[in-house]
Design a binder for this molecule. Sequence first.
Ligand SMILES: [Zn+2]
Length: 468
Amino acid sequence: MRQTLAAVITTAMAAHAARAQALQPIHLAAEPFRAPEVRLLDGPFAEAQARDAEYLLSLDTDRLLARYRADAGLEPRAEGYGGWEAEGIGGHTLGHYLSAISRMYAATGDRRFQDRAADIVAQLAECQAANGDGYVAAIPDGRRVFAEVARGDIRTKGFDLNGVWVPWYTIHKELAGLRDANLYCGNSQALAVMRGLADWALRTTDNLSPEQLHTMLRCEQGGMNEVAADLYALTGDARYLTLAERFNDHQVLDPLAAGKDILPGLHANTQVPKLIGAARQHEVTGDPALGAAALFFWNAVTAHHTYATGGNSLNEYFGPPGAIASRLDGNTTETCNTYNMLRLTRRLHSWTADARHIDYYERAPYTHTLASQNHLTGAVCYYVPLRPGSQKPYQQLDSDFTCCVGTGMENHASYGDMIYSHDDEGIFVNLFIASTLRWPDAGLQLTQETRFPRRAAHHAHALARRPA
Ligand SMILES: [Zn+2]
């Protein structure tokens, strides 16, 4: 049937209106208070934060930046670190470090962290300018891989892209670090560098077909779909929403949205960030399928794939649902997974203020995250072993630089994230962690005094008063 021009235009306008309608951010039922409104008081969490702060200050930022400078043709100011930093994933630690010091600045107000973040961002900007195309990274052979990808020449066995170890994962860590430097330190140059790198990522993936993207996403990529959605929220530039959509792994997201537990046999921490990205897109666009995928995933993981500590995975992989008791070993509960599950939980809790999310959030930081740090040295665990009689294997602080050292830097700077949240009418006290909260909009200051978990929870009480 032929349509008149007016009918065609009306149909197009209706489609546009429907899309604009779909791009409605969802209403949040409970928004977390975060640093700097929240400050920890004496207790095990403040002690863990202090040990982390000491560790972060002990690292040499010039060593973390060395391979970025060399990759851009600039003179390194120090020798690069070893461990994973000297391998194909080189540069991932700088992203975690930038996130961690930005959060630590917000959590403590210590300007040394803000100054370090500013120095790192300025040097990344210098490297980016030297590169000239927005790219900035320390990935060995990264330029060759991304040039091949841009041409549609894409090969992966799951943890490599054209022979290099998870390069998009490393780019994701950089983008997240830049986002956090902007959010927590107010560093506007970080947003400019982030945009330059995201624009490069857009160009690199511009000509890829859905099938080529699908192949590329079989390689672990962290949460590229999350940071791109964050950048959309920060800038209002819809191109970054397009970038987020390109990194949605529908092979995983679609069955989860349909309520199928496809997790057995999958590498656990490859999946969690994809769902954080789905959740973040649901928040900024209202896309119901992405929201459903995130909710189903969270329910499946916490109900059927999670140990008593709140951790998940054996040898990094999900197993059969409900069979967790038969999967006790020295290589249980990779710590990165819990870091990411807590980030997902924060998002989901804000949608509905459902106490089930806080029940999980109450468990994992006390029994996994806090326990993953050596209380004498500040070193952190990759796996927290649950086999009876096993010992915690702590990572070397200045030479391993694994994924869990990176997320470990962030974990102990983030305890203030979920202690309190609020809706339009009041405050939720979610966690028994000694702390103060300032809520200037409500003219309120709240102090929570507790020795939990060293002493029973009933010692906890909160005092609310209007500030003088
Ligand atoms: Zn890890």
